[in-house]
Write a protein that binds this ligand. Sequence first.
Ligand SMILES: Nc1ncnc2c1ncn2[C@@H]1O[C@H](COP(=O)(O)OP(=O)(O)OP(=O)(O)O)[C@@H](O)[C@H]1O
Length: 264
Amino acid sequence: MPALQITQGALGFGGRTLWRSLDLAVEPGEFLAVLGSNGSGKTSLLRAILGRQPLDEGSILIGGEPVRRGDRRIGYIPQQRMIAPGTPLRGRDLVTLGIAGHRFGLPVTSAATRRRAESAIEAVGASRYADRPMGDLSGGEQQRLRVAQATASDPLLLLADEPLTSLDLAHQRGVAELIDRQRREHDTAVVFVTHDVNPVLGMVDRILYLAQGRFTIGAPDEVLRSDVLSALYGTPVEVFRRDGRVFVAGGIESAHHHDEGVDG
Ligand SMILES: Nc1ncnc2c1ncn2[C@@H]1O[C@H](COP(=O)(O)OP(=O)(O)OP(=O)(O)O)[C@@H](O)[C@H]1O
């Protein structure tokens, strides 16, 4: 059974369609990257999967069932916001919330929960700083703890929204590898929103590329092609590869195209 199944999904705002007739099944252990321009509906897709954004049409099933409130079958790494310096919440508290959830605003911890939090912290290599205030940690350290939080409940489906933003290359690789290991060792399905596919190119099974209210889905070699993206955008787009990296260039929405990588 797919970890995630979207059937005839449609969503738009103010008369503008983000996507429609979206049929997508993501299998356990599969790594799906979601690419597209700013405003193409990537975050809205994750919010719809989480049940926080109702679809205009269609349905979404997680492991064959509708999403539930506070669904423990889904791990979520929201778009990165740096935690303000001075924030007293410790990494260990954050990870514990990922397992136990909130009740009356306080994490309810049992010995089993504490052990689970400890092993999630160890798995991301964050033991050294898990008891320091989150606000005092670097972006890369915070992000490792967010991965630990999102994976601590061993989810069926992991949703990650630009989890590598503002990390240096070494930390990008480290965090991407943590996510990849989760799906290889625990068969977690991964839906990974990114504006640059390069850091995860070797891990991605399929790409969902959103543009102009349309989309295309396929293996990286089927989607990251000049003819395919030109057809999707309805204007010439050039895809080229150098040193194992993929670059997209084109006349459309040129403000969103940078030389640093695929940026729909
Ligand atoms: N609740 C809402 N009400 C109205 N418009 C919304 C709502 N949520 C999202 N939108 C609009 O839908 C569009 C898609 O937003 P979304 O955040 O999904 O894009 P995105 O692909 O994640 O973009 P980015 O790469 O910039 O993060 C945007 O134009 C946004 O303003």
